[in-house]
Design a protein around this ligand. Sequence first.
Ligand code: PGA
Length: 252
Amino acid sequence: MPRYVIAGNWKMNMTPSEAAAFIKTLAPMVEGKDKCDIVLCVPYVDIPAAVEAAKGTNIHIGAENVHWADKGAYTGEVSCAMLKELGVEYVVIGHSERRQYFGETDETVNLRTKAAIAAGFKVLLCLGEVKEERLAGITDEVVSMQTKLDLAGITSEQLSQVIIAYEPVWAIGTGLTATPEQADETCGVIRATVGALYGAEAAEAITIQYGGSMNEKNAAELLAKPHVNGGLIGGASLVAEKFTAIVDAANA
Ligand code: PGA
């Protein structure tokens, strides 16, 4: 059985002081709910405050991206070593907002993923189809291709550091959720692709999350599906009660 992972993706929300206050509120609400790993991926500048506030709790802190180079002339980017020093454990890579607004490609997603794995991070690797692709009936091909390109050059051993977040782009921040059946089916396609690349054992072990308008109301139904082993949660991760309800659903 894959380990369930419930991860918040705060995107460009919360200042450092807001982050600290939020985590202080959330920590007692999720204490002891250890059937899943609990992660909050926060803006770079919030990381020191978030790591400090999460000390001694079961909340793990992640970043929302990382660059592949060790250092150098990459204005605005942040390296693995910088995040390591702050106590970051997880990194989101390939989020659709990065792909859509900041020119992220499967090639750069792969470079970032390889660097993050080498640095010892757990990677929340995001992929998913856009609306036109779902309507054209090519979702399976798209997610399978992304899985192959994004994982290129990653060994079986390294795969244990990868969590795949299946996020249909049309469901992100729109209030439209994939039905539990759609989520399960497409997570199953991703799992089969992992199986073709790394074998059946790796396919059974990998955590595949669903993301896209997951909330306190639909989480239980989505998480009950065999191929859905957690969630990557945007909007609902900014409200402690909602995020806790999703953690509860993963602990049921
Ligand atoms: P959402 O975002 O839950 O607000 O749809 C999910 C994500 O982008 O990871």
